[in-house]
Ligand binder design. Structure first.
Ligand SMILES: *Cc1c(COP(=O)(O)O)cnc(C)c1O
Length: 371
């Protein structure tokens, strides 16, 4: 099966095979392996040894986003969430439920926010201390310009939390060049092409120590993750870690390096996105985003206006042909989402486009443009 979903992504066989072992988390061999993974990931984020730290947390992307919000935004303080998609809505929800005050900056999910919009929103409300933003909005496929937004946040003297879950490993990011960032967060199972189970925040050490004790959650306190790793050593974990996922993630990092790292991976995803964006139009379908706003992570396409079109039927018809896409969508109007990330190459996308063409014919979908 060819998995064309934006996480958990299709992985290489040697990465999956690395899961098939039993491991004791406190074993000295594993501790060294885990400590090395933390260093390697800090490096990938442009973090500097002694100034920045990699703070892993068991679980999904939402968990690490919540942990970053709880750790760095004091309770009752204001977080401005740049609202251009579903993952931003999720950040706002988890922040509100953690008792943080959310101010929303509405932006359509068809384009990036501009630095001017950020500057204006921050000038309008001096009580906002942090900006929360999604780098690659996996709902629609747009990319926010994190260096440009960060410069606006920095100029306004505020702090920033970046949800880079579907961006990190492909799109550029450098913590040492963005001192306004308290945390950039991501997981093992998107552009780094590992298995799901572990999430990471990379943060300035100075900020982590300054924010000790304000998470009002033990499980989600990144300052406590840091404190424990100082006390017990960089290879130690607070609670049972997903040891197999971590071991496989070490393999995924080797594969990443061997492929040529971030730039090569980004080029591969971009080509996948280009083929999908063009190929969909060749089938008579209408992409949700104009090419100039289209990111390299996920291509969303309007569902055909033909009344015979049912998303689940289309997903099932594709699955019979060996291709799996999401059976839901996250845009205000009906779309279908096709992932460009994972161990997916140009020939896979060509194969998927042929499968889409056959599936549309099989289902008798004649009117293919948006409703
Ligand atoms: C995948 C994703 C997440 C996290 O999703 P989980 O299901 O919690 O791992 C968060 N933000 C973005 C932008 C994502 O693409």
């Amino acid at each position: 099966m060819l998995l064309l979903i934006p996480g958990p992504v299709q992985t290489r066989p040697e990465i999956r095979a690395a899961m098939a072992v039993d491991i004791a988390p406190w074993d000295n061999d594993f501790k060294a392996e885990y400590a090395a993974i933390r260093e390697a990931v800090r490096e990938l984020a442009g973090g500097v040894a002694g100034q920045h730290v990699c703070l892993p947390l068991q679980g999904a992307g939402h968990f690490i986003t919540e942990a970053a919000v709880r750790t760095f935004v004091p309770q009752g303080h204001k977080l401005l969430v740049v609202m251009n998609g579903t993952y931003a809505e999720r950040m706002a929800r988890l922040a509100r439920e953690a008792g943080r005050e959310v101010v929303v900056l509405p932006v359509p999910d068809t384009r990036s926010v501009t630095p001017e919009e950020i500057t204006q929103a921050l000038a309008a409300d001096p009580a906002i201390g942090h900006v929360g933003i999604v780098y690659s909005e996996t709902g629609s496929g747009i990319i926010n310009d994190i260096p440009a937004v960060g410069a606006a946040v920095r100029a306004a003297g505020r702090r920033m939390i970046v949800d880079a879950v579907s961006a990190f490993g492909a799109l550029p990011f450098s913590l040492k060049d963005q001192p306004e960032v308290d945390a950039v967060v991501f997981t093992s199972n998107k552009c780094l092409e590992g298995l799901p189970g572990i999430a990471f925040a990379i943060s300035p050490i100075e900020r982590v120590t300054a924010c000790a004790g304000q998470a009002n959650s033990w499980s989600f306190d990144l300052a406590d993750v840091y404190a424990v790793s100082l006390r017990a050593g960089p290879g130690s974990f607070r609670f049972t870690p997903p040891v197999q996922a971590l071991h496989a993630f070490g393999k995924a990092l080797e594969v990443y390096k061997a492929e040529g790292g971030r730039e090569t991976r980004l080029a591969r995803y971009r080509e996948n996105a280009r083929l999908l964006h063009e190929g969909a139009q060749a089938l008579g379908l209408k992409p949700y985003l104009d090419w100039q706003h289209q990111g390299p992570i996920i291509v969303t396409i309007h569902q055909p206006g033909d009344p015979a079109f049912k998303l689940q039927d289309f997903v099932d018809a594709l699955k019979r042909r060996g291709v799996l896409i999401s059976n839901f969508y996250n845009t205000p109007v009906p779309t279908m989402r096709i992932g460009c990330i994972g161990d997916v190459h140009a020939d896979d996308i060509r194969f998927a486009l042929r499968a889409m063409s056959e599936a549309l014919d099989e289902l008798g979908i004649q009117r293919r443009n948006a409703a």
